[in-house]
Design a protein around this ligand. Sequence first.
Ligand SMILES: Nc1ncnc2c1ncn2[C@@H]1O[C@H](COP(=O)(O)OP(=O)(O)O)[C@@H](O)[C@H]1O
Ligand SMILES: [Mg+2]
Length: 262
Amino acid sequence: MEQDQRIIVGVYHLSKTFGRHFSLQDINLQVVNGEFVFLVGPSGAGKSTLLRMIYMDDVPSSGQVVVGPYISTKVKRRTIPDLRRRIGIVFQDFRLLEDKTVFENVALPLKVAGVGLGDVKHRVTDILMRVGLYHKRHDFPHELSGGEQQRVAIARAVSNQPSVLLADEPTGNLDPVVTRSILELLFKINAGGTAVLMATHDLDLVKSFGQRIIYLESGRVVKDKDMIYMGDLRDKLAGSKLSEKAERLSDHDITGDGGQRR
Ligand SMILES: Nc1ncnc2c1ncn2[C@@H]1O[C@H](COP(=O)(O)OP(=O)(O)O)[C@@H](O)[C@H]1O
Ligand SMILES: [Mg+2]
């Protein structure tokens, strides 16, 4: 498949501190159009904070985020809603509107964006069929299982046909079977051309899929498929013979399609 190599999400020398505590340190990463990327790291690594910077719910302490034409250091408060229309977001806890039906939840972002009623109906129907929940369109969130609620949340997130879908631990509240079906849905959405950046603490869950994995640890990117940021370790090894070997091993470790890791 021909892939559009334009960068849809660019993060450049991004740091974020809360008080005197370093939360994110000099993060650099790019996601191109149509790419699927897992952002993996233990709890507290900074995954949610990084995603929040990308959808510009918070501002970096230094560095910048670029999403399509929007640059975090230049974006105006009033243009944030435009930006949000190009980014879909899903969370661990679904965040559906409890007093609205499945249909209304998915329709809402379209209505807010000014889509006409006829088109709204057409598009919501189409999306609900795609996520397998058209038959539950009149149900309320509390009548659905966790997996179904997450499907609705995903449908809502992609209703505006965003260029990128951000998912913050979307399977964190779900059992393994449902988790797998949600991942498959995300892959399907990605196959339709939407870039996906999914944060998870669960390396075992995602490492077998062969997608790019960015590893975050203590607020730093420690490994990426394309680039290796070994940080302090690289500095310590620099000049020693170990250095070359360590880099070679690391390359195998992350570009090998699973066989090297086991
Ligand atoms: N609003 C905040 N105020 C203070 N510290 C925060 C805030 N948000 C996140 N942090 C800190 O930033 C670090 C990363 O948190 P987070 O991004 O939630 O990690 P993850 O999503 O990988 O579990 C943690 O040490 C957390 O305590
Ligand atoms: Mg988190």
